[in-house]
Design a protein around this ligand. Structure first.
Ligand code: NAD
Length: 480
């Protein structure tokens, strides 16, 4: 099998090493062989991006908009093929894979429009005869580092604004999901950006991370991944003398509060969706479900029934609701936390068994812990698997306190029929995103995405707020 190549300086470039991309639903299915970039490949990509920067910055907004629109249109036109590829390599159900591909296309469409809408300000000076003009300019070469759980949407929400505002990109996808990244890059490569404006370096963070984070010619780094890697990224990219512009999107331990007056069916649906869909492998997953005493037993009974009925199977099989865990090491982590929860005294109410299906894959039954104390590790640490921890509280005040008692602050949700509690929760939840009567996962693409505390660092991603990270402000003074 010939390995798919990296895209550097406008050419498809072979690497000395390659690795197989394995389907987690069927371990005998190799999606393809993909290049593993070396440090030298990464340095070549940074040099190509630097060389292309003057041409990128000079591209007219119309040319950028046209190219981004072309990318978005092609992604959407090929949604079934690309969605299938994504589901095959990552393990999310086909319907979610196709949905994610459409989302990626929409994001490119959105930023095609934004390329035309970059505005500045003209301000009267405090001095006679002087005018002040505040404009935005691209930052330069940006390194974009993405995780495996959204193999095309997260790359899209970094690459699209980077190119829309005139930057040059070095893109490193997660090594578990190179196929979606390669397919996306193959589309971008045909759409009219100058050679070197966009570079793909598939490879391991441990191998090429230093170059992407610390190279003198990299101006900014946008990273999405775990909090542990995020800390390393910050140390490498921000510590003097590097001092890169930095954006980090990291983990979550998102609470979903269910009050006595909640619509039980909707709350159960949202909890099952938030905790188990996409195998719980979402940064916005509802991993803590905080339930007040009056509804607790009814809620647990209904959520258990719902959880038992979930269809766990091959991502490509019609009817699958929960696909496999992404790989062996994530499965080990999930099983380890199941053991930790039991050792800590939580009751494993349902699930957590390894499952056999027609094909050999990383199948795990969704797991529901009850009687969880918020101090337990299963309530504090991100598991990133199909594991929900139900925490019983006496009233709204305790629910809010428990919801906020976490190192993370990405998404926070509440189910209630009370406007008073909903409004209070929206104001007081210590999270970047607050959901009322909606799952903690599932967001719009045209508005800011991000969190607080250990979940995020730096300016927000997505929507018009993306301009903060992907541009730098210039204040011009003119005496005329
Ligand atoms: P990860 O931290 O292991 O890897 C993320 C990326 O960083 C990968 O491309 C990896 O190769 C790269 N990397 C690893 N070491 C590096 C280094 N030393 N230098 C540079 N790059 C390096 O995360 P993951 O397992 O791919 O993804 C799961 C995590 O991502 C979860 O914690 C999840 O919550 C988080 N996530 C966050 C968001 C968000 O927007 N907040 C969205 C999706 C996923």
């Amino acid at each position: 099998m010939t390995a798919h190549r990296n895209y550097i300086g406008g050419e498809w470039v072979a690497a000395a090493n390659a690795a197989p991309d394995i389907n987690p639903s069927d371990l005998s299915d190799v999606v393809g062989e993909y290049a593993r970039a070396s440090k030298i490949d990464a340095e070549t990509a940074v040099a190509a991006a630097k060389a292309a920067f003057p041409a990128c910055a000079r591209m007219t907004p119309q040319a950028r908009a046209d190219a981004l629109k072309m990318i978005g249109d092609e992604i959407i036109a090929r949604k079934d093929e690309l969605g299938r590829l994504l589901a095959r390599e990552e393990g999310k159900p086909l319907v979610d894979g196709v949905g994610e591909v459409v989302r990626a296309g929409q994001i490119f469409g959105f930023f095609a429009g934004e390329a035309l809408r970059l505005v500045g300000e003209k301000v009267a000076s405090t001095r006679p005869g002087v005018t002040v003009e505040i404009t935005r300019e691209p930052v330069g070469v940006v390194s974009l580092i993405t995780p495996w759980n959204f193999p095309i949407a997260i790359p899209a929400w970094k690459i699209a604004p980077a190119l829309a505002y005139g930057n040059c990109v070095v893109f490193k996808p997660a090594d578990l999901v190179p196929a979606s990244a390669h397919a996306l890059s193959e589309i971008i490569a045909r759409t009219g950006f100058p050679a070197g404006a966009f570079n793909l370096v598939m490879g391991r963070g441990a191998e090429i991370g230093d170059v992407l984070l610390g190279h003198d010619d990299v101006a900014a780094v946008s990273f999405t991944g775990s909090a542990a890697t995020g800390r390393k990224v910050a140390a490498a990219a921000v510590a003097a003398p590097k001092m890169k512009k930095l954006q980090l999107e990291m983990g979550g331990k998102n609470p979903l509060v269910v009050l006595d007056d909640a619509d039980l069916d909707l709350a159960v649906e949202a909890a099952a969706n938030g905790a188990f869909y996409q195998t719980g492998q979402r940064c916005t997953a509802s991993s803590r479900v905080i339930v007040t005493a009056g509804i607790h037993d009814r809620f647990v009974a209904a959520l258990t029934a719902k959880t038992k009925a979930l269809v766990v199977d091959d991502a490509l099989k019609p009817g699958t609701q929960v696909g496999p865990v992404v790989d062996a090491s994530q499965l080990d982590q999930d099983l380890r936390y199941l053991a930790i929860g039991k050792e800590e005294g939580a009751a494993l109410h349902w699930g957590g068994e390894r499952l056999n299906r027609d094909k050999q894959g990383f199948y795990l039954q969704p797991a529901l812990f009850v009687g969880v104390d918020n101090a337990m590790r299963i309530a504090r640490e991100e598991i990133f698997g199909p594991v929900a921890a139900v925490i019983r509280v006496k009233d709204y005040e305790e629910a809010l306190a428990v919801a906020n008692d976490t190192p993370y602050g990405l998404s926070s949700g509440i189910f209630t029929g009370s406007l008073k509690y909903a409004a209070h929760f929206q104001r007081n939840a210590e999270a970047g995103m607050v959901m009322v009567n909606l799952p903690t996962a599932g967001v719009d693409y045209h508005v800011p995405f991000g969190g607080r505390k250990a979940s995020s660092y730096g300016p927000r991603e997505q929507g018009r707020h993306a301009v903060e990270f992907y541009t730098t402000v210039k204040t011009g003074y003119v005496l005329a």
